[in-house]
Design a protein around this ligand. Structure first.
Ligand code: UTP
Length: 291
């Protein structure tokens, strides 16, 4: 039986060009989804899936993420002096959520390269990957669903869903064969397929459990689509060795990395938030009456 998945990597070193100018100085992972930055939802999912150590791959202009998971003694004591101990306690809990580590990807050479930067932190064990701009809403954490599949069948596991035919070219396309339940065996995959290269509408949506052999593959991988080292190409290379499963996970994925996805996420989360829900419903009703 393989080792337990205890570590996760959150690649968050991308430039976030689709959300400029906001992301010129604010990492997109720090943009608020109601009252929490998106990185917090990702860290919470990892913790809920039993992950003990998290490595965030960061880059220049991303230091606010490190500050976010640190203590803020001056702010906390001021809040306590003002009788706002609950807020101070909440800040403490956020900083204590997980054991978070950081490494810099010195150049944004692609997702595959960002993962390769984690090789010394991970060592020789399977690990989870949670993309910094994909938030999941699910009963069982999506990362936990992937870990359960890895535990049962071994190999690597990618979280997939079918996307619209006109969208698949923005993702990767997987050639899959059914296995059992919501699991499929992956024969191959291709990043940003042209229409004639599409093998199915199944695409990976931001969650992975990978075996450490991926690091040797990534080390020698030539640049792929867009001149970047593509994680998809690395995973394609291990389909025939230790094997890759696709898990059609139960849950909904929110892509916060583009303006429409970001707005959708904020509105949906605010509609479900106890504090904002009633107010937002009334506001939207009033607004839609004007359209
Ligand atoms: P994206 O392509 O969605 O992120 O990468 P991006 O490059 O920041 O976005 P745009 O296209 O410029 O708007 C998917 C994930 O991989 C990380 C990103 O931070 C994101 O979580 N990534 C990407 C890295 O960590 N390093 C890279 O070199 C590229």
């Amino acid at each position: 039986m393989s080792k337990r998945v205890k570590k996760a990597v959150i690649p968050a070193a991308g430039l976030g060009t689709r959300l400029l100018p906001a992301t010129k100085t604010i990492p997109k992972e720090m943009l608020p989804i109601v009252s929490k930055p998106s990185i917090q939802y990702i860290v919470e999912e990892a913790v809920a899936a039993g992950i003990e150590d998290i490595l965030i791959v960061t880059g220049r202009m991303k230091t606010s993420m490190e500050d976010y998971f640190d203590y803020t003694p001056a702010l906390e004591s001021r809040l306590r002096r003002e009788g706002k101990s609950e807020t101070a306690d909440m800040l403490r809990r956020t900083a204590d959520l997980a054991s978070v580590h950081y490494i810099r990807q010195k150049e944004p050479k692609g997702l595959g390269h960002a993962i390769w930067c984690a090789r010394r932190f991970i060592g020789n064990e399977p690990f989870a990957v949670l993309l910094g701009d994909d938030i999941m809403k699910s009963e069982v954490p999506v990362t936990a669903q992937l870990i359960a599949a890895e535990r049962e069948y071994g190999g690597s596991v990618v979280g997939v869903k079918q996307v619209a035919a006109e969208q698949i070219g923005k993702y990767c396309s997987l050639d899959v064969e059914p296995m059992t339940g919501n699991l499929m065996r992956v024969r191959s995959l291709i990043e940003k397929p042209r229409p004639e290269q599409v093998m199915s509408l199944y695409a990976i949506l931001g969650r992975y459990v990978l075996q450490p052999e991926i690091f040797d593959v990534l080390e020698n991988l030539p640049a792929g689509y867009g001149g970047e080292i593509q994680l998809t190409d690395g995973i394609n290379a291990i389909c025939g060795t230790s094997g890759v499963l696709a898990c059609d996970f139960k849950g909904r994925r929110y892509d916060t990395g583009n303006i429409y996805g970001y707005l959708e996420t904020v509105i949906d989360f605010a509609l479900e938030d106890e504090e904002t829900s009633d107010w937002l419903k009334a506001f939207l009703k009033q607004k839609t009456a004007q359209f």
